[in-house]
Design a protein around this ligand. Structure first.
Ligand code: GFB
Length: 313
């Protein structure tokens, strides 16, 4: 990527988009294009197409999406499917109409079949049924991957898809009903510590396994792939290591400094039992995750909106 390239990062206020912006700025890319929801509604096809036709960016990163944890995905099924389909269709087709040659689409590891072999290789896509709690979101993301692939095949575009594992870091969502597990546990452990509670509640059985990637590592991988170029159609981005939710809950307690015990609320869903990504394609492209889970968790906790270093030494 030329340092003078005009780069449109969508979702720049979200956890992923803001990390991509930080990473691009640190590398000296200074023609970044961003728009808040109040200025550009990504659900509005006409507005998105007009914006892209006018700005004609050289590169587009699609980090904008309706996202959330297991409960939000399960309960807001129509919103997750509809909004994600519109966002990606408007941006990908609009980019094509505006002559954008290079685009990166961000997906998620939940696009793979629920019970596929572990670790998950890119070629397992569409080889079996999906996990029910996030099927609408996964279907929308699979449609985005296929849009990219199809514009490449029909119009010789270079639209690539990256599939990150579960992410965490600065600008994460800490709302206990809609967040992912890691920010939820950080907040619950923090509040339990402040109240002097004896225990904190973790959803499900504690046995599912998840792989966690610090979002600045993801941003680094995205920029690496965009700079290097790759043929796709998709590439997994993860650490290659996973932990049980029980292990995660205990590490969170340690990092936050809450000395209680974990209780499990088994009325909440476990979701998919395991989704560990095979990251060998990414390794062959010259990239590896750097931030260990405990270190990333410490940074996430320090940057959490409710964390005050003075009140909580
Ligand atoms: O992170 P999470 O919401 O999403 O949940 P998924 C991961 C696991 O942590 C599940 C358990 O087994 C949850 O039951 N868990 C324990 C909790 N305590 C909590 C808690 O307080 N809050 C939450 N949220 N979980 C999402 C998908 O799946 O992952 C999305 O729904 C997307 O589509 C995203 O792919 C990365 O890993 O189950």
């Amino acid at each position: 990527m030329d340092r003078n390239a005009k780069i449109f990062v969508t979702g720049h206020r979200g956890m992923v988009g803001s990390a991509i912006v930080r990473r691009l700025q640190a590398a000296g890319y200074d023609r970044l294009l961003t728009r808040g929801r109040e200025d550009l509604d990504l659900l509005d096809q006409r507005a998105v197409h007009a914006f892209l036709a006018h700005e004609k960016p050289d590169y587009v990163f699609i980090a904008a999406a309706k996202v959330g944890g297991i409960q939000a995905n399960d309960q807001q099924r129509a919103d997750f499917l509809y909004q994600n389909l519109l966002i990606e269709a408007n941006l990908i087709h609009g980019a094509h109409l505006a002559g954008v040659q290079r685009l990166m689409f961000l997906g998620s590891s939940c696009i793979y079949p629920r019970d596929c072999p572990q670790p998950i290789k890119e070629e397992y896509l569409l080889t079996g049924p999906l996990e029910q709690t996030n099927e609408p979101y996964a279907i929308a993301k699979i449609a985005g991957i296929k849009l990219c692939e199809s514009y490449n095949r029909q119009y010789a575009r270079q639209y690539v898809s990256v599939m990150p594992t579960n992410l965490y870091g600065p600008n994460d969502n800490y709302d206990l009903l809609s967040s992912h597990v890691l920010p939820a546990l950080i907040r619950k452990a923090h509040e339990a510590k402040l109240r002097g509670d004896a225990e904190y509640v973790v959803w499900g059985s504690g046995t599912p396994r998840r792989e966690f990637l610090y979002v600045d590592d993801l941003a680094d991988a995205c920029v690496h792939l965009m700079e290097r170029g790759y043929d796709g159609p998709l590439v997994n981005v993860g650490t290659g290591e996973d932990v049980t939710i029980r292990e995660l809950a205990e590490t969170v307690m340690d990092v936050v400094g809450f000395r209680g015990r974990v209780v499990y609320d088994r009325s909440k869903p476990d979701g998919t039992p395991r989704k560990l990504l095979d990251v060998s394609r990414l390794a062959a492209l010259g990239w590896k995750a750097r931030t260990p889970l405990r270190e990333g968790m410490r940074r996430a906790y320090e940057s959490a909106p409710f964390h005050s270093p003075v009140a909580n030494p």
